[in-house]
Design a protein around this ligand. Structure first.
Ligand SMILES: Nc1ncnc2c1ncn2[C@@H]1O[C@H](COP(=O)(O)OP(=O)(O)OP(=O)(O)O)[C@@H](O)[C@H]1O
Length: 284
């Protein structure tokens, strides 16, 4: 594995606001990173910085490129879907396939057509006549058919129904991910992506508040469901956050002696969603 993204003190200011605020992080090749954060946390701004789409302060290296200075070179190796899918609305789907085949050397047209066969997006439909969800399906099919080292997806499944969202994440892993490509996904659908991630990063008010591998989450955090007096005792042990459950509390701890918790209730690894709530402001 090699490091393909390295950021030190990455900062993006809008006037007095620091949308990304001194972020330090690394991404290794072959990882599938979930970028999770509340509305306005800085996810889109961070992703746009990686792509050289906005100015920033600090040090940033993406695939050996300086995103602002080497943007053309970077774009040969990166694919990106913004949360607002912009496709030429006046084209027919088949014309879009012709167009991208013509301009993108790494585009595999037959693969894009195969992805589209699983959808209701007909090749002769005009793009402006597609529903919002179908437009996203088309955009995803085009992007997944491009052989890129780094795929950046900003809220890729926004506006899609649950069946397509599930199918999309499955397809991304079974048909696109090859163990070498790197994928960064920003999403609010935490539960739906959790099983495909190798790493997760939480961002809040522009700051990276957690960056871990999924394996280390398993090792470092534990969640206890306790009821009655056991819950009260468990709340006395320093914890990250807690939620009320029927008759007691569900409490998340970091680096805790698990043997001391075992007599108090049921232990498990927290889901990313529960960990997010605990770190971002669950009941303490
Ligand atoms: N062009 C801009 N000018 C001024 N402020 C901006 C601009 N773009 C983003 N911001 C601000 O930067 C902050 C981070 O925005 P960003 O879009 O990166 O958040 P996000 O995590 O992607 O949010 P969401 O989940 O709601 O899409 C917000 O406070 C936003 O208002």
């Amino acid at each position: 594995m090699s490091t393909i993204i390295e950021a030190r003190g990455l900062t993006r200011r809008f006037g007095d606001l620091r949308a990304v605020d001194g972020a330090d992080f690394k991404v290794e090749s072959g990882s599938v990173v979930g970028l999770i954060g509340p509305n306005g946390a800085g996810k889109t701004t961070l992703l746009r910085s990686l792509l050289g789409l906005c100015k920033y302060d600090g040090e940033l290296d993406v695939l050996g490129c300086h995103p602002l200075r080497d943007r053309a070179k970077l774009m040969e190796q990166v694919c990106f879907i913004a949360d607002t899918a912009v496709l030429p609305r006046w084209m027919k789907v088949i014309q879009l396939l012709d167009y991208v085949s013509g301009i993108h050397p790494r585009f595999d047209r037959s693969q894009a057509e195969a992805f589209l066969r699983d959808t209701d997006v007909g090749l002769n439909r005009r793009i402006r006549d597609l529903s919002k969800g179908m437009m996203v399906q088309l955009h995803l099919a085009m992007v997944m058919a491009i052989d890129a080292k780094l795929l950046i997806l900003d809220e890729p499944t926004l506006g899609l129904d649950i069946l397509f969202r599930k199918r999309f994440f499955e397809q991304l892993i079974s048909d696109y991910y090859d163990g070498e490509r790197t994928i960064i996904i920003s999403t609010h659908q935490v539960e739906e992506v959790q099983h495909i991630l190798t790493d997760v990063s939480f961002i809040d008010h522009g700051k990276m508040v957690l960056s871990r591998s999924m394996e280390s989450i398993d090792e470092d955090f534990v969640q206890l469901d306790a009821v009655g007096e056991d819950a009260e005792r468990a709340m006395g042990i320093p914890h990250l956050g807690a939620q009320s459950i029927l008759g007691g509390k569900s409490i998340i701890y970091e680096d805790v002696d698990r043997a001391s918790l075992e007599p108090l209730g049921k232990l498990r690894t927290p889901s990313i969603a529960d960990l997010f709530v605990a770190i971002m402001g669950g009941e303490k």
